[in-house]
Ligand binder design. Structure first.
Ligand SMILES: Cc1cc2nc3c(=O)[nH]c(=O)nc-3n(C[C@H](O)[C@H](O)[C@H](O)COP(=O)(O)OP(=O)(O)OC[C@H]3O[C@@H](n4cnc5c(N)ncnc54)[C@H](O)[C@@H]3O)c2cc1C
Ligand code: SF4
Length: 239
């Protein structure tokens, strides 16, 4: 790859697509931003900058979008053959910036966006870290801030990615990695051989947990779509 599209953030914790060309630039964009980000526009930015073998990291919905454009033929060509590698993140849901920050981060936790160091989801709690302060609520209490489009989403483990990565199923400090294509396996093996990553076998219990979450997301999708159709949604679509 000659470039990697990752998601950085501004001081308000809005996701900002970034074209990285060094390991340091990639690492500088580490950390989960729990709000919807226009990350895929970073692919166009990378093309505009002249890159020809572009790697992309993002949520399952973003991976689906990019995999689908790879299938497009004439006349719908805009350079999608330059998308070289898709790295997908596990994702149960994401949040709406305009709800999460005013209502939870600022409203309930009393923190300004600029004061937040890190977000994390652990053991059923949604946590915000700020200096030595840790503020948290049970994950269920964040439902009202979720991005509505995440309800009817069925893909937990980025099934169309070359490599999928998540925290579920692994001990703290490790990631669960699924290689899904020959390219994904090649990249993973090369990183291992170069000593860039370390490997330890995933536990059956950890993989079973990831499998259960994937299943529960599919069930949520079925329930949510049934509810939407019973209400006559999509109501805003006009012919
Ligand atoms: C919205 C969201 C929900 C997630 N939900 C789960 C989950 O339910 N279970 C689970 O096991 N893992 C989940 N993850 C993945 C997890 O948070 C870690 O990203 C993953 O385990 C990789 O760990 P890491 O330390 O290597 O990540 P890092 O080194 O921190 O890299 C994270 C990568 O994610 C990208 N990124 C960050 N925020 C966004 C965003 N909003 N949109 C697109 N890309 C982004 C960054 O560019 C970076 O490249 C989620 C990630 C996101 C972004
Ligand atoms: S739950 Fe689905 S739609 Fe929502 S951010 Fe994750 S992959 Fe995208």
């Amino acid at each position: 790859m000659d470039s990697a599209v990752v998601t950085d953030r501004d001081e308000k914790w809005r996701g900002v697509p970034k074209v990285a060309t060094t390991a340091e630039e990639i690492a500088a964009a580490a950390g989960t931003k729990y709000t919807i980000s226009p990350s895929v526009t970073g692919v166009q930015m990378a093309m505009d900058q002249g890159f020809k073998k572009i790697g992309f990291v993002g949520t399952p919905c973003q991976i689906q979008a990019l995999r689908k454009v790879q299938l497009l033929e004439e006349p719908y060509q805009f350079g999608q053959e330059k998308i070289g590698l898709l790295v997908g993140l596990f994702c149960m849901e994401n949040f709406e910036h305009e709800l999460l920050f005013p209502h939870l981060v600022e409203g309930k936790f009393g923190l300004k966006a600029e004061e937040v160091d890190k977000f994390e989801v652990q053991k059923g709690m949604f946590r915000v870290l700020s200096g030595d302060k840790v503020k948290e609520v049970p994950l269920e209490e964040t439902d009202e801030y979720a991005w509505k489009g995440c309800g009817p989403c069925f893909d937990f483990a980025a099934e169309l990615a070359d490599v999928s990565i998540g925290s579920v199923g692994s001990k703290a400090g490790w990631s669960t990695v699924l290689t899904r294509s020959d390219l994904g396996a090649k990249v993973y093996d090369a990183a291992l051989a170069a000593g860039s990553i370390e490997e330890t076998a995933a536990s059956d219990k950890g993989l079973a947990l990831a499998g259960r979450l994937a299943k529960s997301k599919e069930e949520r999708f079925s329930a949510k779509t049934a509810e939407l159709f019973s209400r006559g949604v999509p109501v805003n679509i006009r012919r």
